[in-house]
Ligand binder design. Sequence first.
Ligand SMILES: [Zn+2]
Length: 306
Amino acid sequence: MQIARRRFLSGAAAGIGAAALSPRLAWAGSSFTVGGMEVTTLSDGFLTQPADFMFAPMPQDALAAFLETRGMARDANLTPPCNLTLVRHEDRVILFDAGSGTGFLDTVGDLPDALAALGVDPGDVTHVVFTHGHADHLWGVLDDFDEPFFYNAQHMMGRVEYDYWASPATIDTIAEDRVPMAAGAKRRLDLVGDQFAFFEDGAEILPGVIARATFGHSPGHMSFALADGNATAMVVGDALLNDHTAFVHPDWPIGADSDREAAAAVRAGLLDQLATDGMTLIGFHLPGSGIGHVERTEGAYRFTPV
Ligand SMILES: [Zn+2]
């Protein structure tokens, strides 16, 4: 009942009716396999962001010309989807990120419904692996009673990322408009407590799941290669986000990135590798179900959803 009520309120607040909500949930459960891994993306909903959150630091004249080719207005709100990744492998049920939960925005928080549609109970999840500590990835880690939502799971986060958000100094040093996010992260990390384990760049954190440092979007952002036999895929989290510009102009700074230079260098490296290897990727905020390929074009790249 509680979930149904929340979804109704969420739809009403977003100004969309029940008929418009159903397509949003219809694709929850896009799947592919990586060897013996079954990989499924699940929708937590979508964000609503002012365009400046992404576009403000970009070269504005070139941006205006580029957006015109896309038929996009410069000041229109952006509504990127939120796609979580579920990997079922042997006896493990691994969830990458925990979604937004109920306390962030009205247009997100659908993950529990998406899991239920797949027949996955929160208690079935054995591992929750975080790309980073931003609200849309972390805040769903607790239920409405401040208990871990995935109560049987080992929670795992890169050491650098965890240390940043767990530090009391972060709230005092982060940009003012991000203080609520920092406070929310610290509170959740503290409450999950010793259910957290930590890992470093290059570690095989679970069989066939290899952490890759992609620092820049956040101080310790991690991506994950999935590998079983010769099959591979990459969970890139927010290392590739803002598909409007990131593939065509990967060098343009993106407002949402905390270290914009480092994030651009990470983008360049990931795009080159993904295009060269033809590897399937899953992007948390990429269009559709977030699953696709990177193709090389004249001097740039293109994201092709599958
Ligand atoms: Zn995000």
